[in-house]
Design a protein around this ligand. Sequence first.
Ligand SMILES: Nc1nc2c(c(=O)[nH]1)N[C@H]1C(S)=C(S)[C@@H](COP(=O)(O)O)O[C@H]1N2
Ligand SMILES: [Mo]
Length: 257
Amino acid sequence: MRIRKLIPGVDPELLVKDAAKLMPDPARRNFLRGAAGLGALTLLTGCDIIDGDTAEGVLRKISSFNDGAQAALFSRSKLAPTYPESAITRPFPFNAYYSEDEAPVVDPATYRFEISGLVDNKKPWTLDELHALPEVSQITRHVCVEGWSAIGSWQGASLGDFLKRIGADTRAKYVFFRCAEGYSNTIDMATALHPQTQMTFKYDNKLLPRAYGFPMKIRMPTKLGYKNPKYVVAMEVTNTDRGGYWENQGYNWFGGL
Ligand SMILES: Nc1nc2c(c(=O)[nH]1)N[C@H]1C(S)=C(S)[C@@H](COP(=O)(O)O)O[C@H]1N2
Ligand SMILES: [Mo]
C-alpha cells in the first residue's frame, strides 16, 4: 500500500464513494463505504494511488481493475437464466442513442457481413448465407443500465460455432463489432465463445424488426444491454481493444451481468 499524498483538490471521501459505486461485488462496495477510506481502496484494488494522479485517473484504474476481475470471474459454462414464453415482455422496449424513427434502414439485398482480422476465411456473408446456419434460440433477460429490463425471444446462430467455422483464431483477445449507424463494441473472446452468445436474425421467431437491429444483432445474455450491438455490419477478430460507443464515454468495458 503506497499512498504518498492525497490528490490535490479532491475530497478523498467523495473519491472513495465514487470508487465504491464502481465495485462489482456488494461486499467490497460496503467495505469501501464503511469509512475504510483511500487505504482500503488501494488494498482492494492493488492500485497504487500516487502523487499526481487525478481523481479521474484513479477511477479509471479501478474500472480497469473491475474489467480484469469480471473477466477472471466470467465462466464460459455458467449460463444466464432462461424463461418460458409466457414471461416475454410485450411489447419489447426499443433503446438507442436516438429515437426509433432514426434507426438505420439496412437493405437486405445488398447487406454483407464483413469479416476481418485474425480469421482464415474473410469472405463476406450475405443474409441468405447467414440464415442457412444452424438455428439456436433463447428466451433471456436484457438488462439496460438506464434502469429497465425485459425478457425477449431471440433466434439465430451460435457466434462461437461461426467463429470456428470461419477459422477465427480463438486465442485472440477480442472480437470487435461495427454497426450500420456507427455504434460499436469490443468484447472479450471468452464471451464471444459463450454458448449463449448469438448472432441474432429473428425476434420471437420472425425476422428482426428494424427497431431491434435488422438484419443482425449480437445477443449476449451475460452482458448489459449496451454491449449487445444491433445493425451489425462488420466483425474483426483482434488483439487490440477497439473500444465501443458507450465504453469510450466511460461505461464499464466488460459490462457483465
Ligand atoms: N447499433 C446499436 N446497437 C445498440 C444500441 C445503439 O444505440 N445502436 N444501443 C444499445 C443499448 S444501450 C441497448 S439497451 C440495446 C437496446 O436494444 P433493443 O432496442 O432491442 O431493446 O441495444 C444496444 N445496442
Ligand atoms: Mo442500454
